[in-house]
Design a protein around this ligand. Structure first.
Ligand code: FCB
Length: 778
């Protein structure tokens, strides 16, 4: 694939989508009959009369299928719950086996670190409700809200996101006006009612889920771009009517609490009485908008009853469905949706993909996905807040009226043997997603999911402490507290434990200072913290205190292309020993060493190596420094402790030394931040000189350390100064790193990076924790 995870924003989510009836095997597990079963059993509706009785038998194979989701590297899995599996008659008696199944399914996803994204209705209406008019009956909003309570009451605590209904246009217009989907009606009054009731039911379900305390709730629309077949005014009007019915009706109802006039022209006489009063419910606030996008249509006028239009074949390349491929329409839709409907609300592409006959080498699908990802990148650059992209679909499956003929899967399914075989597109996505670290975005309801297993990681600074909640190896929540006294710190840890309600498995606390016998002397915070105190405050069995250099070294354990700025060498940091310099403003040095299949850290005080003039004109500056800090020089040489210049506290001393050497009076110590600001703005020559010495000596020293250790996994500058002052680390810095006499070429061959991980302390503590638990499981 041309595109990779690293091309997208850091917390962009990639997912894959499925739906219940299309994969589960509906005849099993006590599910009730649905209108799709009878629609399929009526001749002429579905190719070969096929139905969802067995489908992919996902019901019995979901663990294996989720292994594939994880293997591909997806962050999210979008699935649907079947109304008739939960409530076989749509109301009343619950099918316990159905609830238990979805419960296990939710856990199976979380166990694999995959975010569960649920849809409550993907088209299989219980037959008992169809008997009562289904979507034409206003009571369906109540029935649906009740079903929502039942199923989300059981699994809602573990969902990352939830949407009530998949594709309201298909549920209503396609199924009640065009008759292509169950219940197969062709009646404008039924269609108008279904269009309104589906939105009403959506609003009621959102309210029901909010009352259960769920968050991250959205709506999923399918959009199809309509293009006039020619330049005539009639074609333009026809295309506009198509757009109003297909797209604007549903988006308008949910986001603007109104229906487009163009659609009302034909529909209003058939809408249920008092429809205008339902917009408060229909427009209930949602947290995100999901768009399913596949194709565009060319529309011409037709000499028929309203809406008086017809689709005509277009010239673009087509998929196995005969759908034209037009990624540019996705771009236009995303831009328009933001402008007219959603504003700053996050948008997700909740479905995109293609049917292809290629069962193994599906290059056409790879190309399709690439082109649509490019469309997403395009709108991201325009500032449209797209937060994620889901491929339709994981498996070849029951493609509704087309039966098992049209294959949308990344994974081939042999419908005789039910054997799954990943296609080329699966492998391509797998490698595209593994480049760039998987995201760590707060889960919607972390505390529902973390009751059983979680770890607590802390980054303790002089002023502030960050506390991270980790589930499934990923950061689920991050808190910031003033560090305060030891008592304050332990209280904050204890409170977090109480809030979650269970003890963490392990706690890792990182901070600046030496570690001895399970106690860290936090020099900046001026307190001592022991592993026993951590255990008492949190109830954790396993506790660790680690030095901040150790944490910095561990922060690059899982580093990928999107986490670093490359100064020289390979774009993706290769595996192997890594040298880390930082963190903060100091010259701490850490190394993450790989040997015998394991990582180890060494953390040292690079600040205690010697620094000496590397140029003749620096001699005066080092001599001046000796007048300021004589105790920091090595014997009577001109070598001083590197930290005296190369740290946040050292830079002000360096500044004064430059002043003295230039024959100026020594001024009051200035902060490192002010000095670097003046140097950058070119408003203070002394500051410029100090910054230049700071940069070149840091570069030279890093080169010295690197050429000694030869870290094949790269040299990383980590920490706040580097992150905030990237301008310091360009050519001067690189030249100093590479300038090493006969070893210049060797230095130039090393991979040199600036880490861009904002929370490297927390990330490092988490990586340390994962490694410690892996090495010594309970
Ligand atoms: C979408 C449906 C999905 C599948 C794809 C191809 O409209 O949501 O179930 O049929 O189309």
């Amino acid at each position: 694939m041309k595109h990779a995870r690293a091309d997208f924003p850091k917390d962009f989510l990639f997912g894959v989508a499925t739906s219940a009836y299309q994969i589960e095997g509906h005849a099993q597990g006590g599910a009730g009959r649905t209108h799709w079963d009878t629609f399929a059993a009526s001749p002429g509706n579905v190719v070969r009369g096929e139905n969802g009785d067995v489908a992919c038998d996902h019901l019995n194979r979901f663990e294996q299928d989720f292994d594939l989701v994880r293997e591909a590297g997806f962050d999210c899995y979008r699935f649907s719950t079947s109304w008739a599996r939960v409530l076989p008659d749509g109301r009343g008696q619950v099918n316990q086996a159905g609830l238990d199944y979805y419960d296990r399914l939710a856990d199976a996803l979380l166990e694999r670190g995959i975010r569960p994204c649920v849809t409550l209705y993907h088209w299989e209406l219980p037959s008992a409700l169809a008997d009562q008019g289904g979507w034409c009956n206003r009571d369906i909003a109540d029935w649906f809200a009740d079903y929502t309570q039942v199923i989300m009451g059981r699994i809602g605590d573990r969902m990352f996101s939830a949407a009530p209904i998949n594709e309201p246009w298909c549920v209503s217009w396609l199924s009640h006006f065009e008759g292509h989907h169950a219940p197969g009606l062709r009646d404008i009054r039924a269609a108008a009612r279904a269009m309104h009731h589906v939105l009403l039911a959506h609003g009621r379900a959102i309210q029901a889920m909010r009352s259960l305390g769920m968050g991250n709730l959205g709506a999923v629309f399918n959009l199809e771009w309509s293009e006039p077949a020619d330049d005539s005014a009639e074609a333009r009007l026809a295309a506009d009517r198509y757009d109003a019915i297909y797209n604007r009706f549903f988006l308008g109802g949910v986001f603007n609490k109104e229906y487009p006039q163009t659609a009302l022209e034909g529909l209003e006489p058939h809408l249920p009485k008092g429809w205008q009063n339902d917009f408060e419910t229909i427009g209930t606030r949602v947290d995100w908008c999901g768009l399913n996008y596949y194709t565009r249509k060319l529309i011409a006028p037709a000499d028929a009853a309203w809406p008086s239009l017809q689709e005509v074949p277009g010239p673009l390349p087509k998929t196995q469905m005969g759908w034209e491929i037009d990624p540019s329409a996705l771009t236009r839709f995303l831009v328009r949706t933001r402008k007219d409907y959603t504003g700053t609300l996050p948008i997700y592409i909740t479905e995109n993909g293609m049917a292809s006959e290629e069962r193994v080498q599906d290059d056409d699908r790879i190309d399709y996905l690439d082109k649509h990802l490019a469309a997403v990148l395009d709108v991201l650059a325009q500032g449209v807040p797209v937060n994620g992209y889901f491929v339709w679909s994981l498996l070849d499956n029951y493609e509704w009226a087309f039966g098992y003929e049209k294959r949308f899967g990344l994974v081939d399914v042999d419908f005789e043997t039910l054997v799954r075989t990943p296609k080329a597109s699966f492998m391509a996505l797998k490698s595209a997603l593994s480049e760039g670290q998987s995201v760590s975005q707060p889960l919607a309801q972390p505390f529902g999911a973390v009751h059983e297993h979680w770890n607590l990681v802390a980054d303790i600074g002089g002023t502030n402490t960050r506390l991270g909640v980790v589930t499934n190896g990923e950061l689920a929540d991050l808190r910031k507290h003033p560090t305060g006294t030891l008592e304050n710190l332990l209280e904050a840890l204890h409170d977090l434990r109480d809030e979650i309600g269970t003890n963490p498995q392990a706690v890792v606390a990182a901070g600046a200072g030496p570690v001895r016998d399970g106690t860290i002397q936090l020099t900046n915070a001026n307190l001592d913290l022991s592993e026993t105190e951590l255990a008492n405050a949190t109830g954790a069995q396993r506790t660790f205190v680690i030095n901040d250099f150790t944490a910095a070294a561990w922060s690059v354990a899982e580093v990928t292309r999107s986490d670093v700025a490359v100064l020289q060498g390979q774009v993706t940091p290769p595996a192997g020993t890594r040298l880390v310099v930082g963190p903060g403003t100091g010259l701490g040095v850490g190394a993450l060493l790989y040997s015998e299949g394991r990582y180890h850290t060494v953390s040292g005080e690079g600040g205690h190596v010697g620094l000496y003039p590397r140029h003749r004109d620096e001699v005066d500056i080092f001599e001046a420094a000796r007048r300021i800090a004589p105790g920091c020089f090595f014997g009577d040489s001109l070598a001083l402790e590197a930290e005296m210049f190369l740290s946040g506290t050292g830079l002000p001393i360096l500044y004064q030394a430059v002043e003295l050497a230039a024959g100026q009076a020594r001024t009051q110590a200035r902060s490192a931040k002010d000095i670097l600001n003046d140097a950058r703005n070119g408003t203070d020559l002394v500051a410029e000189k100090a910054a230049q010495i700071f940069t070149t000596h840091l570069g030279a020293l890093m080169g010295d350390l690197a050429v000694t250790l030869m870290p094949e996994g790269g040299v990383f500058l980590v920490g706040g100064v580097a992150e905030k002052n990237r301008w310091l680390f360009s050519d001067n810095f690189k030249d100093a790193f590479n300038g090493g006499g006969r070893f210049s070429d060797l230095r130039r061959s090393l991979n040199l990076y600036v880490s861009e991980q904002a929370e490297f302390g927390i990330i490092g503590a988490n990586n340390f924790c994962k490694n410690a638990l892996r090495q010594q499981p309970d």
